[in-house]
Design a protein around this ligand. Structure first.
Ligand code: LMR
Length: 401
């Protein structure tokens, strides 16, 4: 019956993890997926998260279904984490929220919502480049995936003018995706002044564009989750309505627990309620309701000021180790003899370095050195450790000289 079903290609990011696992070279290095590793190259469970999990287990909660919209304590605390404890939008109950299967799930639910209420094949504008999975998610939701200019390969920075022109020209009824912080894959975020300019342009579109923030790295850009919510809170203060995806995979290290959130900042409470009802109608036939365990862990952290302070310090510790690796990679490249300008390695932020290496150079790294990164030259900095950094720098020098 299925004889005609072809073999599909491996995923551009997760497929590399499979290939890495099969590689028998003892010197292999995985720099593909954005997952934090400690300096021994091991996955890291945050001590605050371990403690929260212990409390959840000891509290002896049952395993009943959450509501379609998720664990209510979690959704309340998690949106406060993004919008701020004194958020006017939250105080006025004008945020509609549902728990989702991490950030990917939030993107998919909002994509389906747009396809339903903006219309099938409504355009959605993604930064060029964006996270590799974004285009697939919104294509499968039935939207017309388009790009706005973002990365300027000549300056290795943001093409603000191109971005603003494209946002001005996007047809009414389109959606626009913005990375809230720690842009994936480039590691280049707008400055505060640039966010103000982006906000002005979107404000001038007078509600004719659906604005969508994807926030997968809150806490990872600067090491301070409050500072990383800058753009989100600016848009609320400026009176813009938008939707927001949050992931707790990276900042809480809860990758496999699939903990996320989708919120809509609305005109008023009535609109927020109507939207929430529609989000639940989308979720119910898709996966019924979200898992409870990870959501309870995040709630346990965010509801206890002491545990939250502990988490904040640990999150900063992860961000700081990545910054150390940026400095180390740059100096090891120089030590290896590279005369290229590697200043973007240290100026970019978040989990990734958009190295500028070509597909061919990335291919050589994999074939000759068993070093795995995505085809666009993105390096997941957390895969670097004090023991593999010289090996990686020498290999990068070898393929880029
Ligand atoms: C990444 O970009 O590597 C992460 O967001 C993980 C993923 O699911 O792709």
């Amino acid at each position: 019956q299925w004889a005609a079903v072809p073999q599909g290609p491996p995923d551009a990011i997760l497929g590399l993890v499979d290939a890495f696992n099969k590689d028998s070279n003892p010197q292999k290095v995985s720099l593909s997926v954005g997952a934090y590793r400690d300096d021994a190259g091991k996955p890291f469970v945050l001590p605050s998260v371990k403690e929260a999990e212990l409390r959840v287990v000891q509290s002896g909660m049952n395993k009943e279904y959450a509501g379609i919209g998720g664990v209510v304590d979690f959704t309340n605390l998690a949106r406060m984490f993004a919008f701020g404890k004194s958020s006017d939008a939250l105080r006025n109950n004008r945020v509609g929220t549902v728990q989702t299967l991490s950030g990917t799930g939030a993107c998919r639910v909002v994509g389906d919502f747009y396809a339903k209420f903006l219309g099938k094949m409504a355009p959605i504008y993604l930064p060029d480049p964006s996270w590799g999975n974004h285009a697939n998610i919104f294509r499968d939701s039935g939207l017309d995936v388009r790009k706005y200019r973002y990365w300027d390969s000549s300056t290795l920075g943001l093409n603000l003018n191109g971005m603003l022109e494209d946002l001005k020209a996007a047809p009414d009824g389109s959606a626009v995706l913005l990375h809230a912080c720690a842009h994936n894959p480039t590691g280049v975020d707008p400055t505060k002044e640039q966010w103000a300019a982006i906000c002005d342009v979107l404000k001038a579109r007078k509600g004719k564009l659906a604005i969508f923030f994807d926030s997968a790295y809150q806490g990872f850009a600067s090491g301070d989750a409050e500072a990383d919510a800058y753009a989100i809170r600016l848009f609320v203060d400026e009176g813009l309505d938008f939707s927001l995806a949050q992931s707790f995979a990276k900042n809480f290290g809860l990758y496999g627990e699939r903990v996320g959130l989708l919120s809509f900042v609305c005109r008023d409470e009535d609109e927020a309620k109507r939207i929430e009802s529609q989000l639940k109608i989308i979720i119910r036939p898709m996966y019924s309701n979200p898992p409870v365990h990870g959501a309870r862990i995040v709630s346990a952290v965010l509801s206890d000021p002491e545990l939250e302070a502990k988490w904040r310090a640990e999150c900063k510790g992860m961000a700081d180790r990545i910054i150390d690796m940026r400095n180390a990679l740059k100096s090891e490249l120089e030590k290896a003899g590279s005369t290229k300008d590697w200043s973007h390695v240290t100026s970019q932020i978040g989990m990734f370095c958009f190295s500028g290496m070509t597909k061919e150079q990335v291919g050589r790294l994999r074939e000759e050195f068993s070093i795995y990164l995505t085809g666009d030259g993105r390096i997941s900095m957390a895969g670097l450790t004090s023991s593999n950094i010289a090996y990686v720098a020498n290999a990068i020098h070898e393929v880029t000289k």
